[in-house]
Unconditional design. Sequence first.
Length: 287
Amino acid sequence: MHAIRQASRSGRRPAHRLGRRPRGRRPARLPRPLLVVLACLPGLAAVTALGLCADGVEHAATASLAARPVRRAAQLPAHSAARPRIVPRSAWVADAQRAQPPPRYDDKVVAVFVHHTDSPNGYDCADAPRIIRHLYAGQTGGRDWDDIGYNFLVDRCGTVYEGRAGGVDRPVTGAHTQGFNHRTAGIAALGTFTSGVPVPQAMVDSIAALAAWKLGPADVDPRGSVRLTSSNSGSRYAAGTTVALPALAGHQDGYMTSCPGAALSARLPEIRRTAARLQGRTSTGTP
């Protein structure tokens, strides 16, 4: 380009226009990126420009793709369990639904608290939705809660019901264990399970399956313990106190109560073992 400008100023025709090259000199080779820019400028040969521009764009796109980090597929937790069948809350709430604020969420669930509802045991399982609706009315009416406190409820036939609104597969903040509602899920057994009362095996198995599934995303061993911080001095521990509690706990582990009753509390070790097995953990594994 420099030689062409000099020739133009002197009035002489450039050597390449005369069909010959100056001796002893090789034509300057422009850097490839500059060729791409020049070829894309208006006024030059369309074919040449198109070829160079396409080549330059392809080269740039290839380089850009090569520079991007490779995204790895999200890995499932080492120990997870299948989601059990869960009946949606629409099956029981019906026209009892009241206006309530949006649900609140935690980042994950690291512990499960087991409760009993302290209601009669001799019900027909077909009446479970009516019983849950009655519990909901009592908690949102007499206690003025914004929703039912339990995340899930399990009847004597082992049917699992969605409790508190917000999505069964999400870490919904419940209102089931004062001081320890964050990062936990509350599972309530429909009935009263004080000492000597038989706990139906179907109920035990469903609680275990539900706990295994909810603790799976955080890869928490149901047989182990987790560290939780009390948010309310009305619990067993003053607000701000961090304590180690069972990952699959009874209500009484976090609050001064006899819930979930002596009979159901006695079944918790079995529920922990079953939940761990459902997560694919070995029986000899260390929690």
